[in-house]
Design a protein around this ligand. Structure first.
Ligand SMILES: *[C@@H]1O[C@H](CO)[C@@H](O)[C@H](O)[C@H]1NC(C)=O
Ligand SMILES: *[C@@H]1O[C@H](CO)[C@@H](O)[C@H](O)[C@H]1NC(C)=O
Ligand SMILES: *[C@@H]1O[C@H](CO)[C@@H](O)[C@H](O)[C@H]1NC(C)=O
Ligand SMILES: *[C@@H]1O[C@H](CO)[C@@H](O)[C@H](O)[C@H]1NC(C)=O
Ligand SMILES: *[C@@H]1O[C@H](CO)[C@@H](O)[C@H](O)[C@H]1NC(C)=O
Ligand SMILES: *[C@@H]1O[C@H](CO)[C@@H](O)[C@H](O)[C@H]1NC(C)=O
Ligand SMILES: *[C@@H]1O[C@H](CO)[C@@H](O)[C@H](O)[C@H]1NC(C)=O
Length: 669
């Protein structure tokens, strides 16, 4: 009879136990996790961390195991019993600012789609159902924010047990027992992973909750050991999972790993293989400050580095720029300047230091760094390498010339293809600026002009006759006549034309000189002679007396060529008509007359009939009755017709004229 009664009870018992599915799962990370039901802001990060909420404020997130779990046995009896269950999980609360919120909870709920509110409700409950026993919500909460005074919550860093309410039945400051008696507090928001063990003994009706920092391991004594009968709270089938929310202030709530087992102890997590949550850019004031500090320091360092690199490369470039490679022979010639010094003297050949451009290159003003002496530096580009040595030899040779009507050559410098000649600086510049840009420099009086012309003549005489060798200037013109402080005329660039010529090409003689000053035989034969300097000097005499250029392009046709015009005036017996009108009446008639006539005599077409420079000086000094000679020579030359001139020119073209081809300067040292 008893057996009859017991049997159906046993059958019932067996049937009910077969219904209780033994759920047992472990997530060591959530990469490709299945059977999870997520909502709200919950998601799984790329490295497999279950994220319940991100840093967005006032949001909720849920993650529940998708299958229900039978929590109650003997539901048909008067006293249903709760199963035992166990769970282990590791969570991590990452807070970008100093404080975050609000927390998370392990929840046992009748639905996996909880519609709890944000903020203090932790996504579990809401204002309308909070505290209602019909909720059937049981949760272990990890709360980081104090609840408002209305909903009393003492701890802001607490572990609590919630029963149908977000006001926990019990809450304890987050801590763990070390050595069974001593509690060690720790922060939920430390950013470090925290491990939690929740065990419920359905028979003894005891809930144990243990939390500890990930690194500590399981403490032997649980933090909370609460005798509680869950059977009135839970329903038969319940869902387990996590709920979380943020408020005005927020945190990212992460679950790194989770294991659960109904009717047994949950498996331990493989701690070493759990994924780690993404670390935020810490943006607390201190870290921001230090970031700024680091940024500032590193950018200053960077700047300094760049500046240093720039300086070094500039320095190296500068050194390379100023470097000279000396050939052995260069050391043999005296008066050599270092390129570096000339570079410094002319401020790096700056445009503002440019004095002018001569026939052979640009002329810069400079101040020598050591002596402070003012010089003019002429930069000549030679196109031929092989000529350079000879060039230097001759330049040095010319440097030995000393005459007060020559611009003194002080030295030279060779760098690559470039030759630099250093002259003494003539403070008053060149004659042509005075003659043709008188408004700029002031008018040259007749006395000054006469003195200048005499000086140039003396300088030219020195070149032609008084130095060791004959030197033909080849480029006599007003712009090559320089004026020193006392307004003495001094010849510059002497010998350069010939040197330049030679430097360029030793085999062909190029015609050098300046249009308007070139004697006809030079343009014919290309052979420069002292008499062709006399021709150019004659043109210079006319130029200075008339204050006009040898070829005046804007003049009326008959006045185009200065020489022709003066001659025409002479023929008409009105030679003084040609005088520079700027002089007005303030000139010495006899001297002007002499200069103009001498100019015509010197610029005669046939070289043989031109006077020598010595004679020219005698005329200028009116030593004796040479004025008649001048007239005589002049009249002879004056009536040469063009035909006889041409026949003469063709005759000398074939003659090798070696007599006055210019002095050679081989013996240098
Ligand atoms: C997930 O559910 C499927 C059936 O829906 C089951 O086969 C599987 O074992 C479950 N996974 C876990 C981890 O429980
Ligand atoms: C939080 O997640 C939402 C949706 O996934 C996204 O739109 C938002 O940008 C995220 N916010 C932060 C701060 O990560
Ligand atoms: C509160 O939660 C309950 C249960 O999830 C739901 O039915 C109700 O609509 C929610 N109320 C509000 C205001 O969200
Ligand atoms: C609790 O909830 C039930 C159903 O949701 C409702 O009928 C009851 O009035 C609520 N009780 C309180 C005290 O709010
Ligand atoms: C909550 O705790 C109070 C004592 O603080 C106790 O009287 C009450 O029964 C507890 N509630 C539950 C559901 O255990
Ligand atoms: C626990 O006790 C051991 C000795 O029994 C001691 O070495 C250890 O420091 C103690 N730990 C703490 C956290 O007090
Ligand atoms: C709960 O903790 C108490 C005290 O440490 C212990 O005696 C008991 O065995 C624990 N129960 C479970 C299920 O862990």
């Amino acid at each position: 009879m008893a057996a009859f009664i017991v049997l159906p009870f046993l059958v019932l018992l067996l049937a009910s136990s077969s219904l209780s599915v033994n759920i047992d799962f472990t997530y060591n990370g959530f990469k490709s996790a299945t059977n999870l039901s997520l909502d709200g802001y919950a998601g799984i990060t790329s490295n497999g961390v279950l994220q319940l909420t991100n840093d967005t404020s006032k949001v909720t997130g849920h993650a529940f195991f998708s299958s229900p779990i039978q929590m109650l046995r003997n539901t048909r009896s008067m006293t249903p019993t709760t199963i035992s269950f166990s769970t282990i999980f590791v969570f991590d609360i990452i807070t970008a600012r100093k404080v975050g919120g609000h927390g998370l909870a392990f929840a046992v709920a009748p639905t996996k789609t909880l519609r709890g509110g944000c903020c203090r409700y932790l996504g579990l409950l809401n204002s309308s159902n909070n505290g209602n026993s019909s909720n059937h919500v049981f949760a272990i909460e990890f709360d980081t924010i104090p609840k408002s005074s209305m909903l009393v919550d003492i701890h802001e860093n607490e572990v609590g047990v919630d029963i149908n309410s977000i006001v926990p039945n019990i809450s304890i400051t987050t801590s763990y027992y070390a050595n069974n008696s001593k509690t060690v507090n720790f922060k939920l928001e430390s950013g470090q992973p925290i491990q939690t063990w929740i065990n419920y003994d359905g028979v003894a009706k005891i809930l144990n909750v243990t939390v500890a920092p990930f690194s500590v391991g399981k403490p032997s004594r649980p933090l909370i050991s609460l005798p509680i009968d869950l059977s009135p709270i839970l329903k038969k089938y319940m869902y387990v999972g996590f709920s979380s929310s943020t408020g005005e202030i927020s945190s990212s709530h992460y679950i790194l790993g989770w294991s659960f087992r109904a009717n047994g102890m949950a498996r331990s997590l493989d701690l070493s293989h759990l994924p780690l949550p993404p670390q935020p850019m810490k943006d607390s004031p201190t870290s921001k400050f230090s970031r700024i500090k680091i940024g500032v320091i590193s950018s200053i360092a960077m700047l300094l580095l760049v500046a240093l690199a720039f300086f070094v490369s500039w320095h190296l470039r500068q050194r390379a720029k100023l470097a000279e490679t000396l050939e052995d022979w260069e050391l043999d010639y005296p008066h050599r300047f270092a390129y570096k010094d000339l570079y410094k003297a002319t401020k790096g050949f700056k445009e503002t230091e440019l004095l002018g451009s001569g026939g052979f290159g640009l002329v810069y003003k400079g101040t020598l760094p050591c002596s402070g002496e003012e010089v003019a530096v002429k930069k000549i580009s030679s196109n031929s390498r092989q000529g350079v040595r000879e060039f230097v030899a001759e330049v040095v040779c010319l440097g030995r010339m000393r005459h007060r009507n020559l611009v003194q050559l002080q030295g030279w410098c060779k760098r690559n293809e470039e030759l630099l000649l250093v002259y003494e600086l003539m403070p008053n510049g060149s004659l042509d600026t005075f003659l043709f840009e008188g408004e700029k420099c002031g008018l040259l009086s007749w006395d000054q002009r006469f003195k200048i012309l005499k000086g140039v003549a003396l300088g030219l005489l020195y070149l032609h006759e008084e130095w060791e060798q004959v030197v033909v200037h080849r480029d006599i013109k007003s712009s090559n006549v320089l004026l020193d402080a006392d307004m003495n005329g001094r010849l510059g660039d002497f010998g350069l034309a010939r040197l330049y010529d030679r430097g360029k090409n030793p085999h062909t003689t190029l015609m050098v000189g300046t249009f308007g000053y070139i004697a006809p035989e030079v343009s014919r034969t290309g052979k420069p002679m002292a008499s062709s300097d006399v021709f150019a000097y004659g043109i210079l005499l006319l130029e200075v007396a008339c204050g006009r250029r040898p070829i005046q392009h804007d003049a009326p046709m008959e006045q185009l060529l200065l020489k022709d015009w003066v001659r025409e005036c002479k023929m008409r017996g009105q030679i003084l008509e040609a005088v520079d009108p700027k002089l007005g009446e303030s000139y010495v008639k006899e001297e002007v007359d002499l200069v103009l006539k001498l100019g015509l005599v010197c610029s005669q077409s046939i070289p043989e009939v031109r006077p020598t420079m010595r004679q020219v000086i005698q005329y200028l000094n009116r030593d004796d009755s040479l004025a008649d000679d001048v007239a005589l020579v002049f009249s002879e030359a004056d009536f040469l017709d063009l035909a006889s001139l041409n026949s003469y020119l063709s005759s000398i073209a074939t003659v090798s004229s070696s007599s006055l081809s210019g002095g050679r300067c081989e013996r240098v040292r």
